[in-house]
Design a protein around this ligand. Structure first.
Ligand code: ADP
Ligand code: MG
Length: 239
């Protein structure tokens, strides 16, 4: 049984009186500790696929199984709980709340999910600080998002996605707008997270992240195909 299994997922949209399939019978499975890349051009259906995988958009056809459960058989409350408990989601673009500190941003999904700390359990602020260390920015906990660089904001978003100990981390173009060096650092961070057992599923329109994942799929006008398989040690820079 896979952690996440997408079976022939289709999302049909209507625009200008015409319907089209933003995602067309896409199938994919993700196992614990996997690091899977999906590449594809803008508009090819990548975010739609991720949103269907995370319980955010109901597919027109096809099924999403998480740990053997068909998630779209659940009611809205059950899906919300599933999302908050099992999935860490690094959204495309800027997603931090500007009136809250870095530490408060990282804690946010914890308060949405649990609110109470059990005896012996670390406080969410303590957990958040550990995650900021892991993502390389422990010194920024009291800063506000507007004081951060693009790469630092991505690190905060990744730390925030991990606060509820998700089984699956989904990241939508986590390195867009970043320079090559910062991109490599973020990809290494995501790779380290996968090695610790959290499955990582990322989409990107850039090729320079390819060397990381264990498996790469390509999305082309809603069609998902296996592009590369295996662990790649080379990068496009040739080193
Ligand atoms: N809610 C919607 N209604 C109609 N069309 C949409 C909607 N959301 C996305 N699309 C269209 O579906 C296609 C795929 O979008 P998206 O999944 O965001 O692509 P990507 O993430 O690969 O850039 C695009 O043509 C987009 O314009
Ligand atoms: Mg997108």
């Amino acid at each position: 049984m896979s952690l996440l299994q997408l079976n022939e997922l289709t999302k049909e949209y209507r625009r200008g009186g015409r319907t089209f399939n933003a995602v067309d019978r896409a199938s994919l499975s993700v196992e614990p500790g996997d690091f899977i890349n999906i590449i594809g051009r803008s508009g090819s259906g990548k975010s739609t696929l991720l949103n269907m995988s995370a319980g955010l958009i109901k597919p027109t056809q096809g099924t999403v199984f998480f740990n053997g459960n068909d998630i779209y058989q659940w009611n809205d409350t059950e899906i919300s709980l599933f999302r908050n408990e099992k999935i860490g989601y690094v959204l495309q673009g800027l997603s931090l709340l500007s009136n809250f500190t870095v530490l408060e941003n990282v804690c946010m999904p914890w308060f949405l999910f649990k609110r109470e700390t059990e005896p012996g359990e670390p406080l969410p602020q303590e957990r958040a600080q550990v995650l900021l260390e892991k993502t390389g920015i422990p010194h920024l906990s009291a800063s506000y998002p507007k004081e951060l660089s693009g790469g630092e904001m991505r690190r905060v978003a990744i730390a925030r996605s991990l606060i509820n100990n998700p089984a699956l981390l989904i990241a939508d173009e986590p390195t867009s707008d970043l320079d090559a060096e910062t991109t490599a650092e973020i990809m290494q961070l995501l790779s380290a997270i996968a090695k610790e057992g959290t499955a990582v599923l990322i989409v990107t329109h850039e090729l320079d992240t390819l060397s990381y994942g264990k498996k790469t799929y390509a999305m082309n006008s809603g069609h998902l195909t296996l592009h590369l398989q295996g662990q790649y040690t080379t990068t496009l820079n040739g080193d």
